[in-house]
Every structure is written in C-alpha cells, then in structure tokens.
Ligand binder design. Structure first.
Ligand code: ADP
Ligand code: MG
Length: 479
C-alpha cells in the first residue's frame, strides 16, 4: 500500500482542513506551553513535524521487536547491577573518555555512602531499523540501532500521533483502522514514574523533572506531567521542571540523604538531560548531579542504568561470550539478541582488516561511525566518516569510536506537515519500543514492555532526530 493509494481516497480540501486543524491544535499547545513557561518567540519550543498518514510496518517484525524487549530489559538490568560485567566492557573506555571516567568514579562514591536510593527506575527505548534484503521481494530484517536508557523523549507525543492518525484514517479509510496497533508508550512512562514516586512512600514529596536549559521538547513533558497529575490520588502532588544549574542553587541534602528542593522533600528525580558532557559545563553542575545521585530519592534513571545505556555495550552484544555471560539464566534470549545485531568493528579491528579497510575507502556510505558513549549527534557516514576517521586515527583517539554497518531501510513516499506546510518526501523510518524497570535493593519490583515511537526522516538524511529538526513523528499500520 503506497501513499499514492492513500491519496486517491483523500479529498484535497479535507486533507488541508484536517492538517490545519491538527497544526492549529498543536500550535495552540505550543503557545500555551510558551505562555506557561514565559518563553519568548525565539525559544526552542517548536511544533513537531509529522506525517499525514501512518507508515506501513511488517507485522512479524513489529511483534518480534515487542517480544525482544523482555530480553533488552533483562540485559539493561544485568549490566546495571553486575558491576564486574559492566566494568569488563567499560574499563576499555575509562581512560580515553573523561565523561565515562567521571561517571564511573561517582558510582564508586555513591556505593560508599551509608544510605541508598529507595528505588531505581529506568525507562528504556530500543531503536530499530529494517534492513531491506531485496528491493523486489519487499523482505526486511529487524536491526538494532541503539538502546536508550536516559532522557527518552516522545513517549507521550507518540501516543498522540497514533490517536490523530486513527481519527484521520477513520474519516478517509476506516477499514485500515484495525491495522493500527494500540500504543501504550504514554501509559508506560507515566505509570512507571508514578509507581516509583509511590514506592518512595511520602505523598507530600515532590517530583523533579531535570530538563536542559534550552528545551524544545516541553510539549512531551507537559503531557507526562498532566498524565501524572490526573492519575495521582493526591491532588497536591508537586512537579517542578528544573535545570541542573537551578538544582545546584536550590537543592540540599540532609544527613540522612533526604533530598530537598527549597523546603520540599523530593521523592523522584526524572532526568530529561545529563547524558552529554556538554550538559556538565561547570563544576557546580557536576556537584548538583552528585547530590541527586547521592540522595535517597528515586532516580529515573539512576547512574548505574545510565551507564548501562552507553553505546560500548552494543558493541559487546556482537560477542557471543558476552551474551552467554549476560543471559546465563535465560539462554533463549541469546538467539533473540544475536538475530537483531548488526556487524560492528572497533577502529583497531577495522584498521587491521584489509577487507574492511577497502570497504571504507570505496564505500564509506556503507558504515556509520559512532561514539562509544551515549549522547546524540555524534554519528558520521559517507565522506564525513572518512574525514572523521582520519582525524581520529591521527589523534590516537580510536578507542572512543566504533563502526557499524549501515542499515538500508525501505524507502517510500509520504506526506509531511512541517511548519504548517505539506510536502511529499521520500522517507524511511526508525521504530522505538519502550520498556521500564523498577528495582529496590537490586531486586526487580516491576518490569514492563510496551508502546512504540515511529520516527521517520527524509531518506537522504544521515540522522533523523526530531530534536535536530531532521525527523518527523509518525505511527505505524501493520501489514
Ligand atoms: P544517537 O541517537 O545517540 O545520536 P544513534 O545510534 O541512534 O545515536 O544514531 C543516530 C541516527 O543515525 C539514528 O537515529 C539513525 O537514523 C542513524 N543510524 C545510526 N546507525 C545507523 C546504521 N547502522 N544504519 C543506518 N542508520 C543509522
Ligand atoms: Mg538514537
């Protein structure tokens, strides 16, 4: 089913009308957010660009991705709570990556404290692309792109997008509505946060959303905040959005490790920042982060979960022995994970392998170069990759990077609404599946999988972040 087919069923006026209605509602939401936060017009708050129609997705691969989330949850949990296993991978990067090194030192510091977090929470999103195996036969294979464990955005917006596509489809092609899977991404995020807050055990204690200084994604956070307030029996629940620098000025810790924001006790710290060295631009911010991590408040994610999301672990997933160690008790997960991992190479491996070197020289567009730690916007492909690779090798900095074979997902035309105008573009998509974990004293008390995010991007783009303005929110219909 192609967009041309959809288009046949669309009355152009109706389409324009619908899009304007959505854009208007969306624009109103943005201006509401701007007013609430007293932001001026040049703030980063933008309406999300989105696809007019949902995109087709093979049912078997979607179901596989949902099923595998249990294995990914288990992987993140094992890494986070088995420091030896974590170190067996991290130790290679500690000396070459000052950010990982400092986080790992803070981890040691926290372990020495006489008190610990009441609970630790992690919201996970596992991102996949489909590798097209043969253009004619339309056969595809699910490939893991990355596992995110910190500051996962768009869970709330993803559900909204699915609802809007459903409303729209009901009008134009109602027999397709049954092919839209439910999307519980919003519920998973809200319920995991709410459960964490309840576990803390003081209904008067507040929730802190730790946000970047220039936040474009407030719409998604507002939906989460509204969801928390509407599902909470305690109408007095206080939620505050604060930056790390505000935390350095307004938070304190008492001798029992209880965290306060001003005079309010803090139950839960929900990070939507703090994953990139750029977020830690002075020592006050580091000290604020250490204060949060040293406290009894529940963190989402706690530092150990944050570390478990570093990209170097994805490189480790290509090693059979590592998988055997991680899934000692769940052997069935080994095949699940092996089946979705793409070929990856350390730079050292690549430099010592004549075939890989030749491929880099002749087809640099067939690789992605990535950093071993988390943090967006550090991927290179094609000519840029060759340039960057040369710099890295010259600077003797190769340990911090690795190469991943490029996935070539199916491309299809789609209508995109961005800044109020509609254009047709050739796009491809990345599917994210949500999971969550809550642990107390190292024991799992809650584990969930469910809900998805589909982000699409122009097929010519290297990256598709909504934050960087290169991608669109989308949803799926199963085929
Ligand atoms: P981050 O989100 O931390 O910047 P990712 O590994 O998710 O890092 O890469 C960013 C983007 O680059 C992805 O969303 C995807 O669009 C693209 N990408 C990453 N790896 C590959 C790959 N192997 N093949 C094709 N596209 C990729
Ligand atoms: Mg990513």
């Amino acid at each position: 089913m192609s967009v041309e087919h959809w288009m046949k069923n669309l009355d152009q006026n109706e389409l324009n009308c619908e899009c304007q209605r959505w854009a208007f509602a969306h624009g109103k939401c943005v201006s509401f957010v701007q007013r609430c936060f007293a932001l001026n017009d040049d703030s980063n708050v933008i309406p999300y660009p989105f696809t007019i129609c949902p995109s087709p997705y093979p049912r078997n691969e979607y179901e596989r991705a949902c099923r595998i989330q249990s294995a990914i949850n288990r992987l993140v949990y094992r890494l986070a709570f088995d420091i030896q296993m974590m170190d067996s991978v991290l130790e290679k990067f500690i000396d070459c990556d000052p950010f990982i090194k400092r986080l790992r030192q803070i981890y040691d510091h926290i372990q020495q404290l006489p008190y610990q977090s009441v609970a630790e929470t992690c919201i996970i999103r596992t991102d996949y692309m489909l590798q097209e195996l043969s253009r004619c036969a339309e056969r595809t294979k699910l490939r893991l792109i990355e596992i995110n464990t910190i500051a996962i955005g768009l869970g709330a917006a993803a559900k909204l997008m699915r609802e809007w596509h459903k409303t729209f489809l009901t009008k134009i092609q109602s027999d397709f509505v049954s092919q839209l899977p439910e999307n519980e991404s919003h519920d998973l995020v809200i319920e995991s946060l709410l459960e964490s807050w309840k576990i803390y055990g003081n209904p008067k204690a507040m929730i802190l959303f730790v946000i970047p200084e220039r936040e474009f994604n407030i719409g998604d956070q507002m939906l989460i905040e509204q969801g928390l307030l509407s599902r909470c029996d305690h109408s007095s629940l206080l939620i505050k959005h604060v930056t790390l620098i505000e935390i350095s000025r307004c938070c304190s810790l008492n001798s029992k490790g209880i965290l306060f924001f001003g005079k309010f006790e803090v139950a839960l710290v929900y990070y939507r920042t703090a994953y990139d060295p750029k977020h830690f631009y002075n020592e006050d911010i580091w000290q604020a982060y250490i204060m949060l991590e040293s406290s009894c408040a529940v963190k989402c994610p706690s530092l150990r979960y944050h570390l478990a999301g570093m990209k170097c672990f994805q490189l480790a997933l290509t090693k059979e022995n590592f998988l055997k160690e991680v899934f000692k008790e769940e052997r069935e997960f080994i095949d699940d994970v092996t089946d979705i991992t793409e070929e990856m190479f350390t730079i050292e491996q690549a430099m010592n392998d004549a075939v890989v070197q030749q491929r880099i020289l002749e087809h640099p567009e067939s690789f992605y170069l990535k950093q071993s730690r988390e943090g967006g916007g550090n991927v290179y492909c094609g000519g840029m990759l060759k340039e960057r690779l040369n710099e890295i090798v010259e600077k003797n900095d190769s340990k911090r990077y690795f190469l991943m074979s490029r996935i070539f997902p199916p491309i299809r035309p789609s209508l995109i609404c961005s800044n109020g105008s509609i254009t047709e573009k050739q796009i491809n998509s990345e599917l994210g599946i949500f999971g969550s974990l809550i642990t107390q004293n190292g024991k799992l008390v809650s584990e969930r999988s469910g809900g998805y995010l589909l982000r699409s991007k122009p097929s010519s783009n290297i990256e598709g972040g909504i934050a960087s303005g290169q991608g669109f929110i989308d949803s799926i219909y199963l085929v």
